[in-house]
Design a protein around this ligand. Structure first.
Ligand code: FRU
Length: 476
């Protein structure tokens, strides 16, 4: 029983509630996306369905919206992905082996509690580069019976337990059960700057053995963060967020990427990887994590943010920064992953307008909207007031941030041979584009100033739904 963690959770929660009202007054607070109650949010952690609730834990810096300061695990729960409750902070840096941050990890729901595997980050004092020396990346396990309060917290693996050719950067355990055994993947950076995934196996959830390493024949980035491995409609998928992949044409336009390989063979033994595809082509999507819903759907949530990017978010001055993507359902179509918003979100749809257009039309935009377009021509232009435009022409779909509040965002491009359909989820400060029923996705934060109209030019039909807000109950 770690009582220091419990004490710190209570203290943090007491301090953070004082700041929640300030963040919630901001007009850029989103309507149907999870955000940090106050301060900074990054990766989704421990996503699962456990004891009648969805759990979304997340990387949380409640005291500094700019991302500095200690890293905690924040926590939301929901029975239906629509009504959310903020829970007290779950994990704090309170052990010698996690002192400088309780980093990302994942959930394993079991009959004897919810097991949460995560990385304990330690920065040793001294003159270090914190890549080759000076950093501890420890794999820890927090067990909770009720999902709300940590009952035990233990160290499982330290850097000396990982293969010898690695730097100190080994993190973000994702754990699952398969064939009566337990498996863990960890993201790693080798000493010669190659990104890879370590595969561990366990019979008892506590003792872990390194059984395989997954990487590409050619170096593909120097570090693979937040790995995930799952079977989707019969296809084994390895997903991760690689760092150090340089831009090539319209691919890898962001500083860091995220995407997936189909894996053929056995992840525990001989395997080959198929073609890598990016999960998202917008400015702000990183570190996605998937989990299995109680009805068997594979659902993914990504962080609507991008570490170390040169674009920014004006909400920092208002005491908060970043959010989560909407939960998205994944399917495998035999060739690639198809990604669509979970159907629960359709319950947020309110008033609906249906229009056909040949030429230009303009309509009013509410704060939240779900826009479904059927395109019947080889070009299409959508102006979201003065703040963003989406242009399809010559097989390229371009998202351009044009407003004074683009905060450094310029344009991102998706190659789309034929645009048949486009669904756009617009929130107060985010845009999510689902191209051709989810073949490609673009996620971006936007901070509109003059975007109360939507103008469409081209030929096709559009249905526009106003979107109601999620019910979020904060701790205050
Ligand atoms: C990804 C990441 C993870 C790490 C966490 C720290 O955004 O860098 O690799 O565990 O964030 O907050």
């Amino acid at each position: 029983m770690n009582s220091l963690n419990q004490d710190l959770c209570q203290i943090v929660s007491r301090v953070e509630v004082a700041d929640i009202p300030k963040a919630n007054q901001d007009p850029y607070r989103m309507r149907f996306h999870l955000m940090p109650p106050t301060g900074w949010m990054n990766d989704p952690n421990g996503l699962c369905w456990y004891q009648g609730n969805y759990h979304v834990y997340f990387q949380y810096r409640p005291f500094q919206a700019d991302g500095s300061g200690a890293v905690f695990w924040g926590h939301y729960t929901s029975p239906d992905l629509l009504n959310w409750t903020q829970q007290p902070v779950f994990l704090t840096p309170s052990e010698t082996w996690n002192l400088h941050g309780v980093y990302s990890g994942s959930a394993l729901p079991t009959d004897d509690g919810l097991y949460l595997y995560y990385t304990g980050n330690v920065k040793h004092p001294g003159n270090h580069d914190y890549i080759h020396t000076g950093r501890g990346h420890n794999t820890g396990l927090a067990i909770t019976q009720d999902g709300i309060k940590v009952d035990s917290n233990q160290l499982l693996l330290q850097n000396k337990d990982y293969p010898a050719d690695l730097t100190c950067h080994v993190r973000d355990p994702k754990v699952w059960e398969q064939d009566g055994r337990y498996y863990m993947v960890l993201g790693a950076r080798t000493k010669d700057d190659r990104g890879e995934i370590l595969v561990y196996e366990s019979a008892d959830k506590l003792k872990w053995t390194h059984i395989n390493t997954i990487t590409t024949p050619q170096v593909f980035g120097y570090m693979w963060e937040c790995p995930d491995l799952f079977v989707l409609d019969g296809q084994c998928i390895v997903s991760m967020s690689p760092q150090g992949v340089t831009q090539s044409g319209n691919h890898y336009q962001n500083i860091y990427s995220c995407g997936y390989f189909p894996l053929y063979g056995d992840f525990r033994g001989a395997y080959t990887l198929g073609e890598f595809r990016e999960s998202d082509l917008g400015f702000d999507y990183y570190a996605p994590q998937s989990f299995e819903a109680p009805d068997g759907r594979r659902i993914v949530i990504g962080w609507m943010g991008m570490p170390d990017a040169d674009y920014t978010n004006p909400t920092v001055e208002r005491g908060w920064q970043h959010g989560m993507s909407v939960p998205r359902e994944l399917r495998w179509n035999g060739e690639q992953i198809i990604t669509v918003p979970v159907r629960e979100l359709e319950k947020l749809r309110g008033e609906r307008k249906e229009l056909t257009f040949a030429g230009k039309i303009s309509c009013e935009r509410k704060e939240g909207a779900d826009i479904c377009i059927t395109n019947e021509s080889d070009s299409l232009e959508i102006m979201l007031g003065d703040d963003a435009e989406i242009v399809y022409r010559c097989g390229l779909l371009t998202l351009k941030h044009t407003g004074i509040n683009a905060c450094g965002r310029t344009k991102r491009v998706a190659e789309v041979e034929k645009l048949r359909k486009l669904r756009i989820l617009i929130d107060t400060s985010s845009l999510e584009l689902f191209i051709n029923d989810g073949e490609q996705v673009m996620t971006s934060r936007w901070y509109p100033e003059h975007a109360d109209t939507i103008e469409l030019s081209g030929q096709g039909a559009v249905t526009i739904y106003d979107m109601k807000a999620l019910e979020i109950t904060y701790l205050i």
